[in-house]
Design a protein around this ligand. Structure first.
Ligand code: CAA
Length: 388
C-alpha cells in the first residue's frame, strides 16, 4: 500500500501588489525584484480575511465528493497563528462542517510545519488506511515597510488530502532531517511582522539543504541524478536557483545549467505571482509543477526540500501517480490568479496598516474578499466568521 497526496488545492487573496509599484516608490530598478529575487507580484490579504478563511477556501475543492466521515484528522500548519490557545484549524473544522469525531491540532515551526503535518498524516493513514487526513497550510508573510524582506511578502493557503493509494503523489517513507538553533527569521508574540537577518537566512537555508540531503542520502543511497524534478521551499523563487546550484555542486553533477533549471522552473510559476506563503509555499510550488510542467509527469521522482527558519529542514521524495492530471484543479487556480485586483501603492499601504481591533469591542469588517469564507467582524475578542 502506498500513502501520499490524494488531492491538493491552493487559495490566495484576490488582491496583489505588482513589485514594479514598490520599485517605483523605492526608486529602484524593478528588475531587482523581477529577476534578482524572481518575484513579480505579491498577494495582499483583505481586511476580512486571515489564515482561517484562506485555509477554508483552499479546502473547498479538495473536499468535493469526499465523505467527511472518512477524515479522521485535520492538521493546521501556520506561522501566522490567530490565537495563542485555540487551533486555527478548529474554526476551519466548523466552517467546513467536518464531523465532531475528526481531531484537530495546529503545528508551528516557521515555514516547515506543513511538512511535519504531512509526515504525521502519512503515519496516521498507514495505521488506519480507510481514513484520510486533511493538512492545511496557511500563512500571511509580513515584513516591516522599507525592510529588505518587504518585496518577499505574500499570502496563501494549501489544502492537501493524505490518503492510502493516493491519486497524485506517493510520498516515500524515508526523509533526511536537519535542526539547528539559529536566529535567521523569527517573530516574537508581540509583533505582527517578522524579523529577519536576510542574507544570513539564505546561508542557513543552503546549509540546512546540504545537511538534510546528506542525511537523506545516507539512509536511502539516492543519487541526485535519479531525481527528475525538485520542489524547494520558496521564500522567493530565485532561492530555488541558488538551492539547485548548491545541490549540483554537492553532488558533482555535470548537467548543464539549462537542464538544472528545467528541473525546478515549472514549480516556480505560481509563487512568482503570489509571493511567500511560508508553510504553504513549497506545496504551492508542487501544484505549479503538476499543473505547468507541460509534459506527463507520471512515474517521475520529485525531491522536496522543506525549510523553516529557526531552523528545521527536511528532504524527502515523492513519485507522481499515473493519471494524476484528471484530479488537478488547474482551471480554478488559474482563474483565481487571473481575476485578482491590482492594488496601487496607496491601497497596499491601507491594507497593510489595517489592524484587527484588540479592545474587545463590536466591529464589522468591510466585505473585500471574493472568497466563500470571510472574517465578518469581531466581538468580545471573538472572531466572527461567515460565508458569502
Ligand atoms: N537587476 C537584476 N538583478 C538585480 C538588480 C537588477 N537591477 N539589482 C539587484 N539584483 C540582484 C542582486 O545582485 C542579488 O542577486 P544575488 O542573490 O545573485 O546576489 C538579488 O538581486 C537580490 O539583491 P540584494 O542581495 O541586494 O537584495 P536584498 O539585500 O534587498 O535582499 C534578501 C535579499 C536578503 C533575500 C531579502 O529579500 C530578504 O531579507 N528576504 C526575507 C528573508 C528570506 O526570504 N530569506 C530566505 C531564507 S529564510 C526562509 O526561506 C524562510 C522564509 O520563508 C522566510
Amino acid at each position: 500500500m502506498s500513502v501520499g497526496i490524494d488531492d491538493i488545492s491552493f487559495y490566495t487573496s484576490n488582491y496583489f501588489l505588482d513589485l514594479k509599484s514598490l520599485a517605483d516608490v523605492h526608486r529602484i530598478d524593478k528588475e531587482k525584484f523581477y529577476q534578482g529575487i524572481g518575484q513579480e507580484k505579491m498577494g495582499i490579504v483583505a481586511a476580512d480575511e486571515d489564515v482561517v478563511t484562506m485555509a477554508a477556501n483552499a479546502a473547498l475543492p479538495v473536499l468535493e465528493g469526499v465523505d467527511p466521515e472518512t477524515i479522521s484528522t485535520l492538521l493546521f500548519a501556520t506561522e501566522t497563528g490567530i490565537d495563542q490557545s485555540k487551533a486555527g484549524g478548529v474554526f476551519v473544522h466548523g466552517l467546513l462542517g467536518l464531523p465532531s469525531r475528526c481531531r484537530v491540532v495546529e503545528l508551528k515551526q516557521a515555514c516547515y510545519s506543513a511538512t511535519a503535518a504531512i509526515q504525521m498524516a502519512c503515519a496516521l493513514v498507514a495505521r488506519e488506511p480507510e481514513k484520510k487526513v486533511l493538512v492545511l497550510a496557511s500563512d500571511i508573510a509580513r515584513y516591516d515597510l522599507n525592510s529588505s524582506g518587504e518585496a518577499t511578502q505574500g499570502c496563501g493557503a494549501v489544502a492537501i488530502l493524505i490518503s492510502a493509494n493516493p491519486r497524485l503523489v506517493e510520498i516515500q517513507p524515508h526523509s533526511g532531517h536537519y535542526t539547528e538553533d539559529v536566529m535567521d527569521f523569527w517573530r516574537p508574540n508581540y509583533r505582527s511582522t517578522a524579523l529577519v537577518d536576510g542574507k544570513y537566512s539564505t546561508k542557513i537555508y543552503l546549509k540546512a539543504l546540504k545537511q538534510a540531503w546528506l542525511h537523506y542520502q545516507e539512509i536511502t543511497s539516492t543519487e541526485f541524478e535519479s531525481l527528475d524534478y525538485l520542489c524547494y521551499h520558496l521564500p522567493f523563487t530565485r532561492m530555488a536557483e541558488k538551492a539547485q546550484t548548491q545541490m549540483a555542486r554537492i553532488n558533482k553533477c555535470d548537467r548543464d545549467a539549462e537542464a538544472l533549471k528545467a528541473q525546478v522552473e515549472p514549480s516556480l510559476h505560481y509563487n512568482r505571482l503570489i509571493g511567500n506563503s511560508y508553510t504553504a509555499s513549497m506545496y504551492v510550488g508542487l501544484v505549479s509543477l503538476l499543473e505547468n510542467a507541460g509534459t506527463d509527469l507520471a512515474g517521475k521522482q520529485i525531491g522536496f526540500f522543506s525549510y523553516g527558519s529557526g531552523c528545521v529542514a527536511e528532504f524527502f521524495t515523492g513519485r507522481v501517480v499515473e493519471g494524476y492530471q484528471r484530479y488537478l484543479h488547474r482551471e480554478r487556480h488559474q482563474h483565481l490568479l487571473a481575476e485578482r485586483t491590482e492594488l496601487s501603492y496607496a491601497q497596499y499601504l491601507e491594507l497593510y496598516n489595517f489592524q484587527h481591533p484588540t479592545d474587545g469591542g463590536e466591529y464589522t469588517f468591510p466585505e473585500q474578499t471574493t472568497g466563500r469564507f470571510r472574517l465578518g467582524g469581531m466581538n468580545q475578542h471573538k472572531r466572527l466568521y461567515c460565508q458569502r
